[in-house]
Write a protein that binds this ligand. Structure first.
Ligand code: WQD
Length: 335
């Protein structure tokens, strides 16, 4: 099976490319390199022995997209490409709606024109908004109480995919709702390496440990949680990537939606302690006020993915921290 990965040089996309190639899939990558580096292709080759064919194309460049599909003759698309900085999306909503929603409309029109009827979509737990409960299941109503345009774009894209599948009986859609991806490939060659200023906890911890950021600001320690800090479901990116392989193997007509998470919640202080244990060094941080829109505790109920995809997480927070440290060491050697 030949699969086009949009955003495939990015953090999740590159790890998924590795796992797909390992399983014998023919993978090609389309990316505009806005938030990733072309050297990731060499790293994928070092890990797998295969250098995926690459197209430096923006989803808003329709003529260029058509050329890719004309050449590619793909069986499926895995759609990772999109802007994902929550804070920036609040300041520049149109940029997010144009890129994420507009780009996906272009992609879906290309798929229809060139007869590609399978798509796996990189969605996010953010579509759940505030359910008033911490454990999230796929049957919950989404789109209510989403606190940022980034999350709204993920929700709108999910709704678009549902409507297109309704209109096109042959269309096969799998929506994967990620919780909080962390970690890096065990080789240390690929990991989270954003070009932009990170919003998420782990890339900020990484930049504090390398000295690029002075200290971690812990957004509140007065939540109703055991240690007062926010709790999330941190999933190792390699487990997440393997979830995509499981998904493509079980594609079927209509829409299938799965949480990809561990089913456990970990606090900010626990993440800091886990990183310090793995690095052997203290991490500089200070507690500040809560971040607007943050919820106290969120974690996946991953039962549906286990039952229907035969997939569950195997790696731990400790694995993620060790792999992150290993990635940072490799990154430092390459500078
Ligand atoms: C995690 C915890 C913060 C930064 C977002 C998106 C979601 C998904 C994952 C893409 C929270 C705390 C964080 C910091 C902190 N992204 N924190 N200091 O908010 O759960 O989810 O990223 O799909 O869509 O909404 O992730 O990493 O920002 O925060 O204390 O500098 O770390 O309060 O408790 P979040 P996060």
């Amino acid at each position: 099976m030949k699969i086009l990965l949009t955003g495939g040089t990015g953090y999740i996309g590159s790890h998924t490319a590795v796992e797909l190639i390992r399983q014998g899939y023919d993978v090609e990558i389309l990316d505009n390199l806005f938030n990733s580096k072309i050297t990731v292709l060499d790293d994928i080759e070092k890990i797998t022995g295969v250098k995926p064919k690459f197209y430096k194309v923006d989803l808003l460049d329709v003529p260029a997209m058509k050329k890719v599909f004309e050449e590619g003759k793909y069986d499926a698309v895995m759609h990772f490409a999109g802007l994902k900085a929550v804070g920036e999306s609040v300041e520049k909503p149109l940029k997010y709606y144009e890129n994420n929603v507009g780009g996906t409309i272009n992609l879906l029109k290309c798929m229809k024109k060139y007869g590609v009827d399978k798509i796996v979509f990189s969605s996010s737990a953010t579509v759940y908004g505030d359910q008033g409960t911490a454990e999230l299941t796929e049957d919950m109503q989404t789109g209510v109480g989403i606190t940022n345009p980034y999350g709204e774009t993920k929700h709108i894209i999910e709704e678009m995919l549902i409507d297109v599948a309704e209109a096109e009986p042959k269309f096969e859609v799998t929506i994967l709702r990620y919780f909080n991806p962390v970690g890096a490939h065990e080789s240390g060659l690929i990991g989270e390496d954003p070009n932009d200023i990170p919003n998420n906890l782990m890339p900020i911890i990484m930049k504090v440990s390398t000295g690029e950021i002075k200290e971690l600001c812990v957004y509140g320690d007065d939540y109703d949680t055991p240690d007062g800090t926010g709790m999330r479901d941190y999933i190792h990116v390699v487990d997440l990537a393997k979830g995509h392989v499981a998904a493509i193997e079980k594609m079927k007509p209509g829409v299938s939606i799965y949480n990809l998470g561990t089913g456990k919640a970990t606090s900010v202080f626990e993440m800091v302690a886990a990183f310090e244990k793995a690095s052997g060094e203290k991490l500089a941080y200070k507690v500040v006020g809560r971040r607007a829109g943050d919820l106290p505790k969120i974690f996946a109920n991953p039962k549906k993915a286990k039952e229907e995809l035969g997939w569950e997480t195997e790696l731990t927070i400790e694995d993620a921290m060790n792999d992150t440290i290993n990635y940072l060491k490799h990154d430092a050697e390459r500078q």
